[in-house]
Ligand binder design. Structure first.
Ligand code: CU
Length: 132
């Protein structure tokens, strides 16, 4: 069962990667079922983007720790709104995580919550547009 799940996850990651490569802006891709995919490659000391925009609707956030240290990915916002926080668990190098979300329109802070990492540059902005 565990091996099967891992294979499924790998296949899903591979197809998401293929979709991402088709577009110049590889970070946001509209998948077949109108689910947007945001790929986040955690590195020392960046998220792979500074600002990323998505349409409202179902968003699949695929996070990989491509770095050499442990990292995680957190979304907090919307800025000026009621606000909530969602985060992956702490990921070891090479480890992946997926968050499937429907975020209200607005601006969100995204960052690595490991102490000191956001300050070192692992921070960015996610803008969710209305509609979608
Ligand atoms: Cu980090």
């Amino acid at each position: 069962m565990k091996g099967w799940r891992r294979r499924q996850a790998r296949r899903r990651a591979a197809s998401a990667l293929a979709v991402g490569l088709l577009l110049v802006m590889a970070t946001v891709a509209l998948a077949a079922q109108q689910e947007q995919v945001l790929r986040v490659d955690l590195q020392e000391w960046q998220l792979g983007f500074r600002t990323v925009e998505v349409q409202g609707g179902r968003l699949r956030v695929e996070v990989v720790n491509g770095g050499r240290l442990h990292h995680a990915f957190e979304i907090r916002g919307p800025v000026g709104g009621a606000g909530f926080t969602v985060a992956t668990e702490t990921l070891q190098p090479g480890q992946r995580a997926v968050l499937v979300l429907e975020l209200p329109a607005g601006e969100y802070e995204v960052f690595c919550p490991v102490p000191g990492h956001a300050q070192a540059g692992m921070t960015g902005r996610l803008v969710v547009r209305a509609g979608g």
